[in-house]
Design a binder for this molecule. Structure first.
Ligand code: 13P
Length: 246
């Protein structure tokens, strides 16, 4: 049985003081519920702070990216092993903002997922189509192409990842995919994963894109939506915790 996983992606938000307050509020407010898990993915400089604030709690933490390389002359990059030293459980890889702004290719994202697994982290692999691609009827082709690179790279280990479907047109726009739209793509991803490896049928599939307390329940009611990857609404403890219990 797949439990619900709700992950906050702080993106490039935060500061020592506000993080202290947010992390303390999350820790104080989270009542671990059966088959529900929450986590926050914070900017690299704050991993130690998340570790200090959340160690011993039921809340996990993680990073928003890792290098595809294990070590070496890669100025400005951060290795998955470094992230793992701060007690992280998760690393988001292939977020659409990085695919678009940092030019991350499907192969690079797959290499990052492998690097995360090598370091003992659970990669949260993001896939999703742009508005133009959806309007051109290419949603299926795009998400399956993005997934295929990861499947090819991870092989049997694919069962250990989490996949987040984040339609680019729904990110930060206030436009959420309808439950039917989310379920349709999640079902496709699930069928595809199961066909690639029988054990991968139980990979947790998160939906991301303008998830709020007011729409989370309907999304979570979908058979193949196992949780959410939450951007803006994860910066407010009350809102994030309301999503987690929706
Ligand atoms: P919003 O929840 O702000 O739309 O962001 C979604 C997202 O990109 C999470 O990774």
């Amino acid at each position: 049985m797949r439990g619900k996983l709700v992950v906050g992606n702080w993106k490039m938000h935060g500061g020592l003081r506000q993080n202290d307050a947010l992390l303390a509020d999350l820790r104080a407010g989270w009542q671990p519920a059966d088959a529900r898990e929450i986590a926050v993915c914070v900017p690299f400089p704050y991993l130690w702070q998340a570790q200090a604030a959340l160690s011993g709690s039921a809340i996990a933490w993680g990073a928003q990216n890792v290098s595809e390389h294990p070590i070496g002359a890669h100025t400005g990059e951060v290795a998955a092993t470094m992230v793992a030293e701060f007690g992280c459980r998760y690393a988001i890889v292939g977020h659409s903002e990085r695919r678009a702004m940092q030019g991350e290719t499907d192969d690079a994202v797959a290499a990052k997922a492998a690097a995360a697994l090598d370091a003992g982290l659970v990669p949260i692999v993001c896939v999703g189509e742009t508005l133009e691609q959806r309007q051109a009827g290419e949603t299926k082709t795009i998400v399956l192409r993005q997934l295929a690179a990861v499947i090819a790279r991870l092989g049997k280990r694919m069962a250990q990842m989490v996949v987040a479907y984040e339609p680019v047109w729904a990110i930060g726009t206030g436009k959420t995919a309808t439950s039917d739209q989310a379920q349709e793509v999640h079902r496709l991803l699930r069928d595809h994963l199961r066909a690639a490896d029988t054990t991968a049928g139980d990979v947790s599939l998160l939906y991301g894109g303008s998830v709020k307390a007011s729409n989370a329940k309907a999304l979570f009611a979908c058979a193949d939506v196992d949780g959410a990857l939450v951007g803006g609404a994860s910066l407010k403890a009350d809102e994030f915790l309301s999503i987690a219990i929706a």
